[in-house]
Design a binder for this molecule. Structure first.
Ligand code: ATP
Ligand code: MG
Length: 262
């Protein structure tokens, strides 16, 4: 019995600009993500990873191909129901959190937009879910560490109880020990809530640790499809993936070893 993929991307093409200034950022990429799966996109800078996530959210133009969520093709408009189902976490929690809004206001905003009741209860639960106590509620982003800021960004993404998180380099701005904490948090949240992740990173070790399957991207194309452990065991076919592994000199973690637990 086959289940409908949670996310299905078919021959996706994304171009910016026209004429001589035209950039073909994504050139026909196809993949499907099953419910509850964590799927990775890895590749060098400019390979089109963020553009795919942005297109899923309606933040980048789809020039060709199709995107389906739970079997339903997405049109250009993203409605409220879509926001309640699909949420994105960005790399830079400084940029993605309003600098003059308290944590309380940041977390309350999606609740207000979606007309959800029990504001206080939901905000306190959202903080607890990401391992922060109630004292953080009235802080401003600059009064938080990088890791705490990213926990708030994750809490905001989860407060509408979405099924899918699009994670664009969610730990790349954090130092190694904090990165491991946030990755462990994301792993726990996924299993507790049966979330589906589409996880973007240029860090092969992070992707190999976090994702059951992944695509290696280059220049807007999918070069190679891999499964968890292939990278750690150096089981890649393309020269490009091999070069990425060599360039990623931090990628020395043996298979099965995960970042330090919380
Ligand atoms: N709004 C835009 N207008 C024009 N070109 C764009 C736009 N957004 C992205 N691009 C181009 O599309 C290509 C893919 O960019 P994208 O941001 O998806 O790469 P990436 O794989 O996420 O890279 P990184 O690892 O550096 O984040 C790049 O050549 C980029 O310059
Ligand atoms: Mg990017």
């Amino acid at each position: 019995m086959s289940t409908v993929p949670r996310i299905e991307v078919t021959d996706l093409r994304i171009s910016f600009g026209q004429g001589r200034g035209r950039v073909d950022a994504v050139k026909g990429v196809t993949f499907a993500v099953a419910p509850g799966e964590s799927f990775g996109l890895v590749g060098e800078s400019g390979s089109g990873k963020s553009t795919i996530l942005r297109a899923l959210c309606g933040l980048a133009p789809v020039s060709g191909g199709e995107v389906r969520v739970d079997g339903v093709p997405l049109d250009a408009r993203r409605d409220k129901a879509f926001a309640a189902k699909v949420q994105m976490v960005f790399q830079d929690p400084y940029g993605s959190l309003h600098p003059r809004h308290t944590v309380d206001r940041i977390l309350a905003e999606p609740l207000a937009i979606h007309g959800l009741k029990d504001r206080d209860g939901r905000i306190l639960r959202a903080l607890a879910d990401v391992g922060l106590d109630a004292a953080f509620r009235f802080r401003l982003p600059h009064q938080l560490s990088g890791g705490q800021r990213q926990r708030i960004a994750i809490a905001r993404a989860l407060i509408l109880e979405p099924a899918i998180l699009l994670l664009d380099e969610p730990t790349s701005a954090l130092d190694a020990s904090i990165q491991a904490e946030v990755l462990n948090l994301l792993t726990r949240l996924r299993s507790e809530r049966n979330l589906t992740y589409l996880f973007v990173s240029h860090d092969l070790a992070v992707i190999d640790h976090m994702c059951e399957r992944l695509l290696v991207m280059r220049g807007g194309e999918a070069v190679e499809a891999l499964e968890q452990g292939h990278l750690a065991r150096r089981e890649v076919r393309s020269d490009y993936a091999r070069r990425l592994m060599v360039a990623s000199d931090g990628f020395v973690r043996p298979a099965g070893r995960s970042p330090a637990p919380l």
